[in-house]
Design a binder for this molecule. Structure first.
Ligand SMILES: Nc1ncnc2c1ncn2[C@@H]1O[C@H](COP(=O)(O)OP(=O)(O)OP(=O)(O)O)[C@@H](O)[C@H]1O
Length: 354
């Protein structure tokens, strides 16, 4: 049952710049369920930051309804909460950024304590909690270090500990791994996944890096010119991208397109169909193609194959040409579907021509 913790309905955000009106977010409706790691990808200027500011209640939309954890923050052109309520609500949303935004003149532990200054805990309890948070992000032994003495990845861990100080239900990561090397990037992403699992934290991952989304997200939305142009479960969007921009983001499929272009597919015979097969790499082995031939006598030639790890699960993609009469091709599709393979007939070249 869907349980949205973030619900945006028909959001528009416009800015006036002199005589110009910039439409930064256009007609965006988006539901993010509790426990999701929701990736929002797009190039610079797509409107991601403006959308994030709308989610964390810093940006009043020009139009639309913003509901966070059941409370309507904004609707009918009006803020619905008092400023005090709004401040409290904002504390239930943690934020981490590309450049960490730490206080460089104070130690790691003081950085975390700073975020606790509005808490109702007494000093001792605050200190205990700050150490627990540092422990959670694997930095307890560096509590007395200063930010400059830490690596980029460690600094980002401190900022995660700080973002968690007020027990947020939502953590927004705005390009938080963009300044990190690949190893630190993966460690930070894995930490976000751990927090998502252990604290049931909902994570919104804003990024221009598809690899970050691939590693941990379960859902994804692609933004362009202020709009969400494609969205859905990670595996679906990744493996069956419909829009050109999405295809640019999903490198794996681009490789498939390039390979397929090398075949002269316009020459498919009347008894041949091209299919994309997508399967859980744990469930299906290569023998499926052999089984197809053994059981139905239908030949399938493989044009491209790949296995990706998406959200921790191996997912295989095969492009095959199935040869046989109409009945045999239909039987082949049924056989594959019965074997838990998602079968998409590529009959209009949509996957690589738009
Ligand atoms: N306060 C503002 N006043 C005027 N225009 C703005 C304002 N904030 C954003 N914009 C414009 O809105 C559009 C979307 O910007 P936004 O920062 O949301 O995109 P983005 O996808 O986050 O890009 P980036 O990753 O570069 O920050 C851009 O054209 C930007 O210039």
């Amino acid at each position: 049952m869907a349980n949205p913790i973030i619900d945006l309905q028909d959001i528009n955000v416009t800015f006036k710049q002199g005589k110009e009106v910039v439409h930064a977010v256009k007609d965006v409706s988006l539901s993010i369920d509790k426990g999701d790691i929701y990736g929002i990808v797009g190039y610079s200027g797509a409107g991601k930051s403006t959308l994030v500011r709308t989610i964390n209640l810093l940006q009043k939309p020009t139009d639309g309804t913003v509901t966070i954890d059941g409370d309507v923050f904004f609707t009918d052109h009006q803020q619905q909460l008092s400023n005090k309520e709004l401040q409290t609500k904002r504390r239930s949303i943690g934020m981490i950024f590309q450049h960490f935004n730490l206080l460089n003149e104070t130690s790691v532990i003081e950085n975390v304590l700073f975020a606790l200054k509005h808490s109702s805990l007494d000093d001792d309890a605050q200190e205990k909690k700050a150490y627990e948070l540092l422990d959670l992000v694997g930095l307890k032994d560096k509590a007395d270090f200063y930010p400059v003495q830490l690596s980029g990845g460690e600094q980002q861990r401190v900022s995660i500990a700080r973002a968690l100080a007020n027990d947020p239900a939502i953590l927004i990561s705005d390009e938080a791994t963009s300044a990190l090397d690949p190893q630190n990037t993966n460690q930070i992403l894995d930490l976000l996944k751990k927090l998502n699992d252990e604290l049931d934290l909902t994570v919104v991952l804003i990024t221009h890096e598809m690899d970050a989304v691939k590693r941990v997200a379960n859902k994804i939305a692609v933004m362009e010119h202020g709009q969400i142009i494609e969205r859905g479960p990670l595996q679906k969007v990744f493996l069956q991208p419909q829009r050109e921009l999405t295809r640019q983001f999903v490198g794996g499929s681009l490789a498939a397109i390039d390979t397929l272009k090398a075949f002269n597919l316009d020459q498919l015979g009347p008894d041949e169909d091209l299919f994309q097969l997508v399967y859980n790499g744990n469930n299906v082995t290569k023998s499926i193609i052999i089984e197809l031939y053994k059981q139905l006598g239908v030949e399938a030639s493989m044009l491209y194959g790949n296995i990706e790890i998406l959200g921790g699960e191996p997912v295989g993609t095969l492009f095959v040409v199935v040869k046989g009469d109409e009945q045999q091709r239909q039987a082949a599709v049924k056989f594959l579907q019965d074997s838990k393979v998602t079968v998409t007939k590529i009959d209009d070249r949509r996957i690589w021509h738009e």
